[in-house]
Design a protein around this ligand. Structure first.
Ligand code: SF4
Length: 229
C-alpha cells in the first residue's frame, strides 16, 4: 500500500542524510528487513486537526516497519484506543497501514522522523530534525492544543515555539501556553515500559485527553505561562 503524507511538501526525503548514525541504522535495516518501510516516517492524521500529538521517533518494529506512526507497536495500542474512545478516529485500528483507520480532528507529528538506536535520538539528531517538525507544526493552522508524548517531544515542541525550556519544564499533566496561543499538555509517553510499570495508566492517559478537550477554544494570549495540574 502506498503511503502518503497529510502534509505534502513538509516531509524529509526518503534518504535524508542529516543524521549519520540514523542513516547507518536505516541502511542496516534495509538490508536485514527489505520489506519494511525503513525511512523517515510521515506524519499521520487530519491536516485540519485541532489537536496534535508530538511523538518521539519511530519504533523499530512499529512505525519503522509499517511506515505509519505508532502503528504495529505497543504504544500504538493505547494511543489509538484512546483516540477512538474520545471520538478522534474512524474505523478500527488493526496495527496495519491498510486497516482503514482515519483520524478526525487529530494528527501525529514525530519530533524525530527516523528510527534511533534504543529509541534514543541524540541531542544533535533531535536538532537536525527540528526544521521538519517546526515546518509541520506551522503547517497546521487549526491546531489549538498539542499533547507532547514524553520529555523529548515536549522539549522539541517548546524549542519549536521559541520558548526557553526553563520557562516550560516537563511534568506529566502540566499545561503550557505557547506564544502563538496554542496550549501544550505534557504526558508521559504511552510506551510499553511506562504502561507496564504503571507510570502511565490508561486512566491517566484519558485524563490528558479530557484536559485537551477542556482547553479547546481557550487558546489565546501571547505570553508563555505554565500551570501545574
Ligand atoms: S532524523 Fe530527521 S534529520 Fe535526521 S536523517 Fe532522519 S529525517 Fe533527516
Amino acid at each position: 500500500m502506498e503511503i502518503g503524507s497529510p502534509l505534502p511538501g513538509t516531509e524529509p526525503p526518503r534518504d535524508c542524510p542529516r543524521c549519520p548514525r540514523l542513516v547507518a541504522l536505516r541502511r542496516e535495516c534495509r538490508i536485514e528487513y527489505p520489506d519494511w518501510w525503513n525511512a523517515p516516517v510521515y506524519t499521520f492524521g487530519d491536516p485540519n486537526a485541532w489537536l496534535a500529538f508530538a511523538g518521539l521517533a519511530p519504533g523499530k518494529h512499529g512505525a519503522n516497519r509499517t511506515g505509519r506512526p505508532f502503528t504495529g507497536d505497543y504504544a500504538g495500542d493505547l494511543l489509538f484506543a484512546t483516540l477512538a474512545e474520545f471520538g478522534l478516529s474512524r474505523d478500527v485500528y488493526d496495527a496495519r497501514i491498510d486497516d482503514g483507520l482515519v483520524l478526525e480532528g487529530a494528527i501525529i507529528v514525530n519530533s524525530v522522523k527516523c528510527l534511533p538506536p534504543q529509541n534514543k535520538p541524540s541531542p544533535a539528531e533531535i536538532a537536525n530534525c527540528r526544521p521538519f517538525f517546526e515546518t509541520q507544526l506551522a503547517a497546521l493552522p487549526n491546531v489549538e492544543v498539542i499533547i507532547a508524548l514524553g520529555r523529548i517531544a515536549h522539549d522539541a515542541t517548546v524549542r519549536a515555539a521559541g520558548v526557553r525550556l526553563a520557562a516550560c519544564p516537563f511534568a506529566h499533566g502540566a499545561v503550557h501556553r505557547l506564544p502563538d496561543g496554542r496550549q501544550l499538555i505534557d504526558s508521559y509517553h504511552c510506551s510499553r515500559y511506562n504502561t507496564n510499570t504503571g507510570r502511565l495508566t490508561p486512566a491517566m492517559f484519558a485524563d490528558i485527553f479530557r484536559t485537551a478537550l477542556a482547553l479547546r477554544n481557550q487558546t489565546s494570549g501571547r505570553n508563555s505561562s505554565t500551570t501545574a495540574r
